[in-house]
Design a protein around this ligand. Sequence first.
Ligand SMILES: Nc1nc(=O)c2c([nH]1)NC[C@@H]1CN(c3ccc(C(=O)N[C@@H](CCC(=O)O)C(=O)O)cc3)C=[N+]21
Length: 299
Amino acid sequence: MAAVIDGKAVAEDVVGRVKVLAAELRAGTGIVPGLAVVIVGADPASQVYVASKGKKAKECGFHSVQHTLPADTAEAELVALVETLNADPAIHGILVQLPLPEHIDSGRIIQTISPDKDVDGFHFVNVGKLGTGELATAFVPCTPAGSMLLIERLRGRDLSGLNAVVVGRSNIVGKPMANLLLAANATVTIAHSRTKNLAEICRSADILVAAVGRPEMVRGDWVKQGATVIDVGINRVAAPEKGEGKTRLVGDVAYGEAAERAGAITPVPGGVGPMTIALLMANTLVSASLAAGRPRPAF
Ligand SMILES: Nc1nc(=O)c2c([nH]1)NC[C@@H]1CN(c3ccc(C(=O)N[C@@H](CCC(=O)O)C(=O)O)cc3)C=[N+]21
């Protein structure tokens, strides 16, 4: 049976370090890390995530602001808000919650965020740095960065000789995850919905990362004996066994089956999700430290 990777505990560990470093920064320079979260529209799931980001930022001793804009906000207005935040010296991290309403070009909004405040790591400058291995100065997207910290704790920082398979090719998770694994010397395959022999390719993985957004798509017999399985999926599905209209969260991996073969596996919830928020705090602390002219803290 697989060891369960306690993402919540590792996230608390990361947040604990952020708190200490934020207090040191404040004592040494008077600078308080500032995080601005922008949400457009009232999607209930998005509001829950945004609230937990604000709560965690306060817990870290950060200056935390939230801008909630109506769903019909014009693109130009959102651009103007981002430009104001870019120019605000009290703000070191800007996160515009995705997805945005259809009438707004999210690419344009992301590229408006100053690369120095792009704690999501979505700006071309940060994507390019990650792609060229300039990890020492990049902001790396929080979900892959958090997943990588979990992998590091289990398998070390050097993944030479190990096969890693990433299922999913999004700009937010799949592609940056593959780049991080490659930077750690793993042999990396990116698989996706059009891949032939998906099960067979997954079975070659010593490290299997599932980020497809399809509930329980990765089955137990896709998992190599002893593999490290990182489940990035968060899918809300009906749970009639809990009562009428009830739901539960499942990942992109069929957990019970996969746990019989994996060496270690992340649960959902309590795996990658808490790490995503912890790395957002870490990125904001890094940004504030750099703005203060201090060396970049490592996580
Ligand atoms: N610009 C942008 N950056 C993001 O990082 C971003 C975003 N937009 N849009 C939405 C997604 C989603 N996301 C999550 C973060 C934490 C949990 C999390 O903490 N989940 C917990 C609890 C889940 C629950 O109970 O609902 C867990 O997995 O244990 C989940 C999802 C960040 N996102």
